[in-house]
Structure formats: structure tokens, C-alpha cells
Design a binder for this molecule. Structure first.
Ligand code: AMP
Length: 400
């Protein structure tokens, strides 16, 4: 069974075709700048790679491009489009209703559209992506949606409520939802396998998804009990361009002083803060590394601030869990920044955590980075959200 995994943004459409016999990626790519000037990238597992400038007026046009790339020319990976058995979509916000993946129906599409006010940058684009996929592949190809929020739905109210008037929860569903759930789910399941505890029964772990956007999850018995992201993916700690948690009155103060609208402040908190805002250099860790090596003090401050905030969250999650058996690092920064991992784990040396510095230097592979005598085990586990989406899609389609 071949499954097409889709991540639709407002002007982009990322895709990956996965052959579920052996769970291998056949091709992947990205339609960028949809509705603007258009750029299309297509790569295959066989080593083919191409990037072309091509106008795509909307998501349906982008799907036509994907269909052609999969079936024609040098980058072809299927004989016929009918080999694509199903489509799985990544959806950012599934509200309180969706604690698992579901087959797409008109009701599901309406629900996703209805949650757009909670995820304005994402959900509307996801709906466009689903409708375009139906237009491009026809009603007969089953489609599945996999929600970033679903894995966090096990959180108890004491973890997901904010200390605001209860009426806002009732009226607008203002609460912590958490994001990156698909990634936390993948790496936690893999961690339980490595620990030899399938399902994670009796096990306490903390998963650290550290990328452009970052979040931590505290997981007990395989269920999330708390996570750092909130109503939107802005809460938590310093990210590439997002502030993470700040005193809410600082936000109001700046808005008043600068005469900013909510939309302008939102832009500052999401796009101009975090590592970029503090360092003034870049949101990208590779640029941050370079600036730090050159002695840039603000780049150093951004590094220290983020590390310190992560350390505080890890400590608080150990308390919330009542102990910890393992800590997992994943995503671009989690998989590559050995110094950050080392600093976070060393903050736990009082608990008997011991880093294997040699193993901690190894990049790009799944590896245990603590010593045999460490009281808590730590792993680097490269995430694979697309595979989770493809697996959920296969499972639901097989029930049809
Ligand atoms: P993601 O959102 O998971 O793609 O992660 C993106 C982040 O990972 C960016 O800040 C990158 O700079 C960082 N990253 C990726 N590769 C490396 C690397 N080799 N060394 C340091 N940071 C990296």
C-alpha cells in the first residue's frame, strides 16, 4: 500500500509518498509560494532531485504538479496514480474533540474549519489542502487526518486549564492543547521499545522536540500528563522566532507603549522573538553557533536563556511525573546540538544522570547518550511524523 502524506500550509504543500510494505519513503517534495510565483521541489529515494520555478495558482494546481512528478519523467516513482491507495493529512488543531486520527468526512472538514480561530495560520490551509486533494485524486481515494493536538488530549484539567476566568474556557475553549503530538507520540513509542516496555506501562519519560518550534511533553504510562505548548504553539520556552512563555503584562505593556494592535503583537511574539529576537542574528541554530563562536554576546545570551528555560521545564516535569526513567531528544536541534543535550542532562547530575559524551557527539542516528550507570537513560531518537501519519492512515483505511 502506498500512502501520500500531506502537510498543507497557506502557501505551501509538503508531500511524501511512503510505501507501507517496508515503510520506505519513495519520494518527497514541496510546493512553495503557491498563489505567488511558485517553486516546486521533488526528490526520490533513488537520488533524483529537482527544483523548478512553476506557477501554481492554488492548492489544486499544486496537487497536479505532485501527480505529474510522481508519475512522469526521471523522478517517477509509480506507474500509475491508482497505486496511491490513500492520503494522510497533518492537521495542527483538532480541538478537544479529536483525540485520535479519523477518516475525512464533510463533518470532519467542517470541524477543522471551525477550529481555525484557534490556529489561524494552519487550519484554514489544511482545509484547502484536503479539498484540493479530493479534487485532484477523486472521492474514491480515502483520506485521513492526523492531529498535532490529539496525543496531548490525555492531559488532566489541572495541566490544561489556565488561571483565567472559567467563562473563557466555556465560551471560547481557551485552554492548553499542546502541539507536535505526532512527534512526541512517535519518539515516545520508540523510547518504550528501546526500554523494553511496550506501551510505556509503569514508565515516566520526558520527550523534548527541539526544532524551529519546540515543545516538551511529560508522559506517564504512555499518556501525556503535561506539555509546554498551549492554546497555540507559542507557549513554553524560547524557540527560533517564538517567545515562549512571558509575563502576560509584559505583552500588554509593550502593546500600550508602542501602540500595537493584537495582530501586530502576535507577529512580534511569533515571528520576531525567541532566538532571533534575543540574538538579533538569526532564528537558525547553525547561524547562532557561528555567532557564538565569533564571540557575539547576544547570541550567547539566546543560547543560555533557551537552555536554562528547558532545564527548568525538565525539572518541573520530573516533579510532576514523580520521577523519570528516560529523556528523549528529537527534531533539528534535539538531534544535532550535542552541547545543549549535555547541558540539560548535566543539570540532572544531582539525580545520578551521567552523559556518555562520546556517544553524545554522534549525529543523525538513534542512540543512547547516557552511561550504563546513569540513573536515568537518555536517547536521541530522530522523529518521523510522516510515518506516524502514514501508519494511522493505513490502519483506518484497512478498516473500510
Ligand atoms: P526542525 O524544525 O526540526 O527542522 O529544526 C530546525 C532547527 O534545527 C534549526 O534551528 C536548525 O538550525 C537546527 N539544525 C538542523 N541541523 C543542525 C545542525 N547540524 N547543527 C545545529 N543545528 C541544526
Amino acid at each position: 500500500m502506498k500512502i501520500l502524506v500531506i502537510n498543507a500550509g497557506s502557501s505551501s504543500l509538503k508531500y511524501q509518498l511512503i510505501d507501507m510494505d517496508g515503510e520506505v519513503m519513495l519520494a518527497k517534495g514541496n510546493c512553495e509560494r503557491i498563489g505567488i510565483d511558485g517553486k516546486f521541489t521533488h526528490k526520490t529515494s533513488g537520488g533524483y532531485s529537482s527544483t523548478v520555478d512553476v506557477e501554481m495558482r492554488d492548492h489544486t494546481a499544486a496537487f497536479e504538479q505532485v501527480k505529474r512528478a510522481l508519475t512522469e519523467g526521471e523522478g517517477r516513482v509509480v506507474e500509475d496514480l491508482s497505486e496511491v491507495s490513500a492520503i494522510g493529512h497533518r492537521i495542527v488543531q483538532g480541538g478537544s474533540k479529536y483525540d485520535h486520527s479519523v477518516l475525512v468526512t464533510e463533518e470532519v472538514i467542517q470541524d477543522i474549519a471551525g477550529y481555525a480561530s484557534l490556529a489561524p495560520l494552519h487550519n484554514a490551509a489544511h482545509v484547502q489542502g484536503i479539498r484540493a486533494a479530493i479534487a485532484a485524486f477523486g472521492e474514491k481515494v480515502p483520506q485521513v487526518v492526523v492531529f498535532d493536538t490529539a496525543f496531548h488530549q490525555t492531559m488532566p484539567p489541572k495541566a490544561y486549564m489556565f488561571g483565567l476566568p472559567y467563562a473563557y474556557y466555556e465560551k471560547y475553549k481557551v485552554r492548553r492543547y499542546g502541539f507536535h503530538g505526532t512527534s512526541h507520540r512517535y519518539v515516545s513509542a520508540r523510547c518504550f521499545e528501546l526500554l523494553g516496555r511496550p506501551g510505556g506501562v509503569g514508565t515516566k519519560i520526558i520527550t523534548c522536540h527541539l526544532g524551529n518550534g519546540s515543545s516538551l511533553a511529560a508522559i506517564s504510562d504512555g499518556k501525556v500528563i503535561d506539555t509546554t505548548m498551549g492554546l497555540t504553539p507559542l507557549d513554553g520556552f524560547l524557540m527560533g522566532t517564538r517567545s515562549g512563555a512571558v509575563d502576560p503584562s509584559a505583552v500588554l505593556f509593550i502593546m500600550e507603549k508602542e501602540g500595537l494592535t493584537p495582530a501586530q503583537m502576535n507577529e512580534i511574539l511569533n515571528k520576531k522573538s525567541g532566538v532571533l529576537g534575543i540574538s538579533g542574528v538569526s532564528s537558525d541554530d547553525r547561524d547562532l553557533d557561528k555567532a557564538r563562536a565569533e564571540g557575539n554576546l547576544r547570541a550567547h545570551l539566546a543560547w543560555e536563556l533557551r537552555t536554562y528555560q528547558i532545564i527548568k521545564y525538565v525539572g518541573s516535569y520530573i516533579s510532576a511525573l514523580g520521577g523519570v526513567d528516560a529523556i528523549v531528544f528529537t527534531a533539528g536541534i534535539g538531534e544535532n546540538q550535542s552541547l545543549l543535550r549535555s547541558e540539560v542532562l548535566k543539570s540532572l547530575s544531582y539525580l545520578g544522570v551521567r552523559v556518555n559524551e562520546e556517544k553524545n557527539q554522534i549525529r543523525g542516528q538513534e542512540i543512547e547518550i547516557t552511561t550504563a550507570d546513569s540513573t536515568v537513560r537518555a536517547f536521541v531518537i530522530p522523529t518521523n511524523e510522516e510515518l506516524v501519519i502514514a501508519r494511522d492512515t493505513r490502519a483506518l483505511v484497512n478498516q473500510l
